[in-house]
Design a protein around this ligand. Structure first.
Ligand SMILES: Cc1cc2nc3c(=O)[nH]c(=O)nc-3n(C[C@H](O)[C@H](O)[C@H](O)COP(=O)(O)OP(=O)(O)OC[C@H]3O[C@@H](n4cnc5c(N)ncnc54)[C@H](O)[C@@H]3O)c2cc1C
Ligand code: SF4
Length: 313
């Protein structure tokens, strides 16, 4: 069903909400998901629009990544979001992919994102309905990685999401939404969070704050991130650093951010702290084109954002 109103969306009994379909369609094709009641939501007016109002940027969950990446409003006030949207996937995908779908995208793993034939030679794992993780056999949970680029930027600015769940509409921190989504998304392929994301709101930055997003990928023009970072500093609220594509959800680098506060730390001290903090917080697994060992070498890539400290960004 292509929904035109919020009421139409709510009529579906066991809905799976579709934004652009770029993430879910390959999963349906590979039979790792078998959702039946597909509800296309991006044309619903409540899920559209980009607006700066009452100290917040409001972004409809149905907004396309391309439109967000070129929006003068977003680029000016929340640059990391525009940069992350513009660095996601390829131009063709950004033209139809939505920010809601980007945040609610499936976690990925080389044992999961495969055809049914490929998977038929292996036992089921947590994410396909079994009781073991093929990546980390002694892990009690699925360790598939969450690769959203835009999530890293939304968490940087402590964004919230307006969601509809059980008929109730409420605002929750995006960090909490992703934590719940990540948990449900690793349980079994047939499970997903029964939540409709309507829009996001992002507080405006204080004067003098600098922020940005950086992504490292094998091929910058299409690939998922091997790692991404978002960083803010220089305003009158605490500095903050987020790293993505390193665990089942983005991680907040609190110890490293503290070094940005004092203004005395050298670049090498900050990078070394980032590396040490990520060694504690990240949960690397075997990925299509990188081993956990090589992934750890990328923890130093935060250096790409450190020029923001000197207002060069
Ligand atoms: C080749 C390729 C490269 C990619 N590269 C990247 C990359 O570099 N970085 C990155 O972050 N992602 C990447 N992706 C993943 C993904 O396609 C995009 O991130 C995209 O933003 C998903 O948006 P969509 O609207 O198409 O999602 P959809 O496929 O429509 O939806 C994805 C999931 O979100 C749910 N959903 C959608 N809208 C809502 C809503 N409003 N409320 C609740 N749930 C909702 C759906 O049910 C589904 O489970 C890539 C995908 C492909 C195929
Ligand atoms: S991380 Fe483990 S449980 Fe999750 S999809 Fe991969 S093999 Fe399956």
């Amino acid at each position: 069903m292509v929904a035109k109103t919020l009421e139409e969306i709510l009529q579906a009994e066991h809905p799976t909400y579709i934004g652009g379909g770029t993430d879910i369609m390959p999963l349906l094709k590979n039979h790792v998901r078998d959702d039946q009641d597909l509800v296309f939501v991006s044309e619903v007016p409540e899920l559209q629009g980009m607006e700066h109002k009452d100290g917040y940027l409001y972004l409809g969950a149905g907004e396309r990544l391309y439109d967000i990446s070129v929006s003068p409003l977003v680029k000016e006030g929340w640059p990391a979001i525009a940069q992350a949207a513009g660095a996601t996937a390829s131009p063709q995908i950004r033209n139809i992919a939505t920010i809601g779908g980007n945040i609610m995208q499936d976690r990925r793993c080389i044992y999961f994102n495969q055809s049914r034939y490929w998977r038929s030679g292996l036992p089921l794992c947590f994410k396909t309905g079994g009781e073991v993780c093929l990546q980390i056999p002694n892990s009690p949970v699925c360790r598939a990685i969450y690769y959203s680029d835009v999530a890293t930027a939304l968490l940087l600015y402590e964004a919230e999401a307006e969601c509809m769940e059980n008929g109730q509409r409420s605002w929750i921190p995006v960090q909490e939404l992703i934590a719940r989504h990540s948990q449900a998304n690793g349980l079994a392929c047939k499970e997903h969070l029964p939540v409709l994301v309507i829009r996001f709101r992002v507080p405006e930055a204080p004067k003098g704050e600098k922020s940005g997003f950086y992504k490292y990928a094998m091929r910058a023009t299409i690939d998922f991130p091997l790692i991404n970072f978002a960083l803010r500093c220089g305003g009158d609220r605490p500095a903050r650093i987020i790293a993505g594509a390193v665990a089942p959800e983005p991680v907040v680098l609190e110890e490293t951010a503290k070094l940005l506060e004092n203004g005395q730390s050298t670049e090498e001290e900050i990078i070394a702290t980032c590396e040490a903090e990520l060694k504690k917080l990240a949960k690397p697994i075997k990925e299509a084109c990188i081993s956990p060992g090589l992934k750890r070498d990328l923890y130093r890539q935060l250096s790409a954002l450190l020029p923001l400290r000197e207002n060069k960004g």
